[in-house]
Design a protein around this ligand. Sequence first.
Ligand code: MN
Length: 428
Amino acid sequence: MQAHASRRERVQRAMSKGDVAVFISAPSLIRSNDVHHRFRQDSDFYYLTGFDEEEAALVIEPDRCILYLRRRDPEKETWNGPMLGVDRAVATLEIDEARDINSFRTDIPTLLKNRETLYYMFGRNREMDFFLLETSDRLLRRSRAGDFGPSKIVHSALLLHEMRLVKDRGEIDKMRLAADITADAHLALFEKTRVSMFEYELESIIHEAFRKRNATEAYPSIVAAGKNACILHYIKNDEKIGADQLILVDAGAEKDYMNGDVTRTYPSGKTFTSPQRDAYQVVLDAQLNAIDRTVTGISMEEVHNLTVRDLVGGLISLKVLSGTVDENIENGTYKKYYMHRTGHWLGLDVHDVGSYNVNGAPRKMEPGMICTVEPGLYFPDEADVPEHFRGIGIRIEDDVLVTSGKAEVLTARIPKSVKDIEAIRSGV
Ligand SMILES: [Mn+2]
């Protein structure tokens, strides 16, 4: 809990005297009829509280934090399990004050009174947006009585998301754990995959590896055999695995609100075919270079641009593209084969928060930032693509911690060289 308390203090230090910040818990989402999705707390809310119940709100003032939460309810607890409750919240969450969520709305006018700036994540909850705007406006119109309300509303991302970008020690430890569980799943797949299995059977191996260690999927797993790998967000996972196919698996575990995000591409049989191996090596070389380049002071943008150069060079050597690297980059011909970015921030959210640009320039990496490195090549089944590459899709993705020296690959335990992958596949 200490980590959450110190994060709240950091927010307080970043606030001015006349500021107030309001954070709302995630809504409970309906899957169908009266069945709800498994509840997952809003990432910002969890970051500041470590509290994973619904119907809660956090108010941060420069010198006080108030958590609004549900009172304990024996009947609800019978159906859904224990609730923390107002009485235990102060001690458990090390928060200054805890109050009944039912009094949140009646308290808000007082909490906003004579505050100049309200930090709040607007745009997510229409009803709450309107309530806070209306309350602020009502307070402002009472100026004759000497009172006022917030005349400035600032998106709370500005307060929090810069903080979330650089991970603290506890978060890095949790990331290591999520990465380790993610590695279990990919290693199990290398060992258990057989021709004629269905993609969903591989998905069940992923689930087993995650649930065995009390983790869940960070996002719907992509298990794509053969040409399905060219569909970037393929999640149907219902086709049969054929001989001499490549299988692309993009799967990551979420554990304690931190997320792994890993992709491996490997042969359905014991070895890569020769065109598969040639294309794979191009992606792997680009990925290894990109990891080497992921150091303090470089931007994600620069890493991406250099990776594009590597991949374009590879496409020329594979005789998929002709001409020079510069010509192909200028004309964008490579985008048919590489259409996504090389990486993204990773953390409490799989596509984690934190802007990629600062003051109009690409943000430079700092120690403690975590990102993915995930180049790929996708060869559509089209007439102008050399026949032996058609339908091949390859992506190699690792999770990387930026340090003051070489980047640390958190998912290094999962093999990716042709030699290592073939050694596992031929031994099974
Ligand atoms: Mn990713």
